[in-house]
Write a protein that binds this ligand. Sequence first.
Ligand code: SF4
Ligand code: SF4
Length: 176
Amino acid sequence: MEVRVLTKQLTTDLVQIQRAGEKQRSENQRFRQWLRRRNFAEQRLKAIAQEVEEAVDCTACGNCCRVATTQISERDAERLARYLGMRLAEFLRDYTVESAEEGRILKRNENGCVFLEGNTCSVYDARPNTCELFPHMVKGNGSLVSRMWHMPDRAVYCPIVFNTLAEWKRETGFEK
Ligand code: SF4
Ligand code: SF4
C-alpha cells in the first residue's frame, strides 16, 4: 500500500474535536453523500486512514469506549464468557442488556463500557468484533462508503475519524 505523508499535524484534543466535529456535522454528511456519487480509489483512502490510525495513540484516548454503545453478537458473547470463565447465561445476565434499537449491547456504567478500566480494555484479547474493527475506516464489513453512515457522529468523539475525514476531504478535493 502506498504511504502518504499526512498534510498537517493531527488534532487529538477531545474538547476541540467535540466542538469542531459538531460544527462540521452537516458538512460531513454532505461529504458522505458526495463520496457516494464519485469513483474514488478506496485503497488510497484506506491507506490514509491507516496512516492516521498509526499516528493516534488509542491507549491515551479510550473515548469510544466511554461514549459509544457496543453491540455484541452471539459469537462475541461466547468468546467473552469463555475468557472470563463464566457460563454464557451468567455472562449475558451480568454484562449485557437488550436495547430496543441496537439489540444486545454491553452494559455501561458512569465511565462508559463496563469493561473499560481507565483508558484500557480489561478484556482486550477477547473484545467484541466491532471493537476490533473500530472506527471501521480501515477495516469493516461492506464497502467504505457503506460504512460512512456513522462517520459524522464518530467525528465528534474519535480523533481517528475526525482527522481522517479532514485528510480525505483534502485528498478528494471536496468543496466545503
Ligand atoms: S469491550 Fe473493551 S474495547 Fe470494547 S467498548 Fe468495552 S472497553 Fe472498549
Ligand atoms: S478508536 Fe478513536 S475514540 Fe477510540 S480510542 Fe482510538 S482514537 Fe480514541
